[in-house]
Every structure is written in C-alpha cells, then in structure tokens.
Ligand binder design. Structure first.
Ligand code: NAI
Ligand code: MG
Length: 491
C-alpha cells in the first residue's frame, strides 16, 4: 500500500468503436399487422442523435392503420391465442427470450444508434433485462392460478401499449411479456424518435413463429398514440411517458370501462446521510443521474445531502464528473452518450438556464462535445432552493440538483415535497434508518445503498403524479387479467 501512484492527469482511452455492420436496415419500414408488413401511407425519417444521420424512413400510422392493427389483434385473440394453454404460450415467450439473447449484439448496436445511449449500457443493461423479462413472464404463463389463488384470472383482450424513447426495447418487453403471458394480444406503438428496435423485434416474432396478430406494431407520433387510445376495440391501455400525456389519456378513458396503467414522470430524491460509505455513495449518485444521460423516469435527480458532509461529498462528486467520458454512443468506453432528440435537448437547456437565472450555482466538468448531434455535459447545481424549477420539474437530462438537510425528519419532508413519487434512494450504514426512511418516503421504489437497480421479479410503479399500476413481478400480471370477482376487488 505504500507506493500507490496517482493516475497521470493525461490518461486517455484509445477509441474503441463497436462495429455497426451487424445491423442491416431497410430504407423504409411499414407497420407490422397480422404478421405481415403493411406499407405505410405516410412516412417520416428516423435519425441517429449522435450525428443526425438519417437511418430509415418509418410509418406515421393513420387511424385506419391503427384500426387494422386492432382488428388483427382481436382476430388473434378470438381465434386461438386466448384459449391456448398457458404452457403453450410460455413456449413462445421462452423462444423470444432466447432469440433476443442470441441477437443481443445486433439489438444493442441498433438501440445505441437510434437512441443515443452508450453501447455499454444497451449491451449490459437494456438487452439482458429485456430478455430476462420474457424469461420471467414465460414462467408465469402456466401458473396464473397460483398468482391469484381462488380468483380465476382471464385475459383482458386487446392491449394498446404506448412506450417512450428512453429504454425502447426494454419498455417493449415490460409491456409485451406480461400481456402475452396472461393471454392478451397487443398493439404496441414505440416512441417516434426510437422505432427501430421495435421494428427489428418483429423479425424475432417471426423467428419465434408467434401466431400472426398476437403482437402488432404501429409506428408514429402522438397522433398515432391518440388513435390507439381512442379505438373502441382496445380493452386496456398501458402507457409510459410524460405526466401531461398520461393525464390526457386518463381523462379520455374515464367512463369507458377500459383498464389503464400509467407510468409517468419522476423527480426522485437520493438521500445521503453522514454515516454512509462516501465513495460508494458518490458512485451511486453518478449512476443515479448520469446513467442513460438522465433520460430515466426514476433518475435520482434531487440529491439531499446531510449538511455535515455536504462539502466533502460535493468535492468528490465534482472530481468524479471529470472522469466521465461523454461522446460517441457506439464507443465501448463512453459513459454518457447523446441526448435523444433536439426537442429533449432544448428542454434540458431551458431548465438549466432557469436554474442559473433563479440563482443556483452550476458546475460542468471540462469536456469536448461533438459538433454534430445532440449533446449536453454532465451538470451539477448547488445552492438550490426547493422552489426552483430545477428542484421541482423533471429535467430528464444529465442534470443534478443538490440540496441539504440536517435531520432525518427534514430529509423525509423535503424528499416528499414533490408532485411525483416514483423512486427514492437512501444511503446510510444504519439498517434501522433505512427501514424508517422507506416507510415514510412516498415512492414506489426505495433503493438502499444502491440506485437504478432493476429486476423483472420486482414491481415498479408510482405514487401521486408518477402514475398507478405496477409493472414487473407478480404485481405486473394483474393489469393484464380480469376476474369473475372483479367488482368486489375493484379490478
Ligand atoms: P410523451 O409523453 O409525449 O411521449 C411518450 C409516448 O407517448 C410516445 O410514444 C408518444 O408518441 C406518445 N404520445 C404522445 N402524445 C400522445 C397522446 N396524446 N396520446 C397517446 N400517446 C401519445 O413524452 P415526450 O414528449 O417524448 O417527452 C416529454 C417529457 O416527458 C420528457 O422530457 C420527460 O420529462 C417526460 N418523459 C417521461 C418518461 C418516463 O419514462 N416516465 C418517458 C418519456 C418522457
Ligand atoms: Mg410529447
């Protein structure tokens, strides 16, 4: 231990680009309806956010095209899928999981190309978790009576599923796997900026020989999403995205009898007590907010530090930020990739400017951002008041707001002072304090001495304006089932 040498300040990594040759893109994609490609009547261009390179043209589905997809899903539901024994449905889900594993490099490269996230993350997080969700729900397909003892679960029917752009393939698997396990059929709409892995997934469905119409994929923006929400033939809507759109969907569905789950925004508190393992906490804070450029609904975007350790912690955090490598998503050494879209970049820039105007102090490590494409440097704000927009609104970018507290009671009060309630983090050596905090934090998930940890067996979802319903785990089956006793259970 005596001769530890400091790392030279000019330590750099050689470029380590992942080859994109494994991905073959068509010039144009249609909609995947009834197991066939339907030529799109309207199309738009999807690009790579790292350099704005056009990648392909994809369909902007019209209400008529959405209608064709819903009809195909209804036919598949009535003509075999819903009456198939669970053990048979499971076989398809297991196949899909295995094919995703086999083709994971191809999917990871495409995910990073179309969405901007670092290949390290799509390769090591998005893809393994997407496959794991299919494996997990495959296991439930023939055991639903055990998931709901004495309640005789039945499928709901046709599920309309609308997903965002931050974890495109992973959100697809969160939606499709439980729906199929319970015997439903699906019309899924990926986000407008990241349709390509969902379209490649149609190839997996064909490889798995999933019966035509069980899964249908239509691409397009919010207009396509709205057409799906409004379609009379849809029995259930599952939505992940912004709170504003979530509220609009809830208003639209009120009184229709359609089932609904909403997974919306967040402004998670990451609470650090003075007895925590400081270096470990710094890693957790970095993972909490800079993972996936902060495009994470459960991101630890509000850091609450106990006052006595605020100074050393912020110092360590800033130092750590200087080692984050921001750049090409396809480089294996990249920690922070490209911002997903111009629109999202503008939103981040607007909120960061508001933070400066309101009086917070900004820190960004020196980094050379590429000229083309959408980029934002990792950012920390100190001197933040609870009333500032950067402490209240979801930024959905690599921007951390640091606030302080003195007592656990104050930490809880400040952490809960938000319209959201999706996740929270607690860093302390004391087990009893973890439990005390977890009981009081109004958040669907509370991580202790870790952050952004996901597992298909664990339910995920929100309180308050972060939405309702749970995805993942046994809880994630319920939104895709109806019960003869549903009146008694409010289901
Ligand atoms: P958004 O809520 O507009 O988009 C999410 C999905 O909903 C997309 O597939 C979109 O096409 C669809 N959609 C949009 N309008 C719709 C409508 N009227 N009916 C049905 N579907 C509709 O989110 P957007 O505009 O991409 O991002 C805005 C902000 O929302 C972000 O800055 C972030 O703060 C938040 N957001 C939160 C997410 C989360 O995981 N909780 C995911 C994406 C965005
Ligand atoms: Mg929007």
């Amino acid at each position: 231990m005596t001769d530890l040498k400091p790392i030279p300040a000019d330590w750099t990594y050689a470029p380590a680009p992942e080859s994109r040759d494994i991905v073959t893109l068509a010039a144009e994609y249609g909609h995947f309806v009834g197991g066939e490609w339907l030529t799109a009547t309207e199309t738009y261009e999807t690009i790579a956010p790292r350099d704005e390179e056009p990648l392909a043209r994809v369909g902007q589905a019209t209400p008529e095209e959405v209608d064709a997809a819903v009809q195909a899903a209804r036919d598949a539901f009535l003509n075999g899928w819903s009456s198939l024994p669970g053990s048979e449905r499971a076989k398809y889900l297991f196949r899909i999981a295995r094919i995703l594993q086999e083709r994971s490099r191809e999917f990871a490269v495409l995910e990073s190309l179309n969405g901007g996230k670092p290949i390290k993350e799509s390769r090591d997080v998005d893809l393994p978790l997407a496959a794991a969700h299919f494996f997990y729900y495959a296991g439930w397909a023939d055991k639903l009576e055990y998931a709901f003892p004495n309640r005789r679960p039945k499928p709901v029917g046709v599920a309309g599923q609308i997903i965002p752009w931050n974890f495109p393939l992973l959100m697809l698997s969160w939606k499709i796997a439980p729906a199929l396990a319970c015997g439903n059929t699906v019309v899924l709409k990926p986000a407008e900026t990241t349709p390509l892995t969902a379209l490649l997934f149609c190839d997996v469905l064909r490889q798995a020989e999933l019966p035509p119409g069980v899964v249908n994929i239509v691409t397009g923006d919010g207009r396509t999403g709205a057409a799906l929400v409004e379609h009379d033939g849809v029995d259930k809507i599952a939505f992940t995205g912004s709170t504003d759109v979530g509220k609009a969907i809830q208003r639209r569905l009120a009184g229709t009898g359609k089932k609904l789950t909403l997974e919306l925004g967040g402004k998670a508190a990451n609470v650090v007590f003075d007895d925590c393992a400081l270096d470990q906490a710094v890693e957790g804070i970095v993972n909490g907010i800079y993972f996936n450029q902060g495009h994470v609904c459960c991101a630890g975007s509000r850091l609450f530090v106990q006052e006595s350790i605020a100074e050393p912690l912020i110092e360590k955090l800033k130092q750590r930020l200087t080692t984050l490598r921001v750049g090409d998503p396809l480089d294996k050494n990249t920690d922070v990739g490209a911002i997903n879209s111009r629109m999202q970049l503008e939103k981040i820039e607007e909120l960061v400017a508001a933070g400066q105007e309101e009086g917070a102090e900004i820190y960004q490590p020196p980094c050379n951002l590429p000229e083309k494409g959408y980029w934002f440097a990792p950012t920390v704000f100190t001197n933040v008041a609870q009333s500032y927009r950067i402490a209240q609104e979801e930024i959905f970018g690599p921007v951390l707001s640091v606030l302080t507290f003195r007592t656990p009671e104050e930490a809880v009060e400040k952490a809960n002072n938000t319209p959201y309630g999706l996740s929270a983090g607690v860093w302390t050596e004391k087990g009893s304090r973890i439990l005390w905090m977890a009981q009081r934090l109004r958040a669907g998930v509370v991580w202790a001495n870790t952050f952004n940890r996901f597992d298909p067996t664990s339910p995920f979802g929100g309180y308050k304006e972060s939405g309702f319903g749970r995805e993942g785990g046994l809880h994630g089956l319920e939104p895709y089932c109806t019960f003869d006793d549903s009146e008694t259970f409010g289901g």
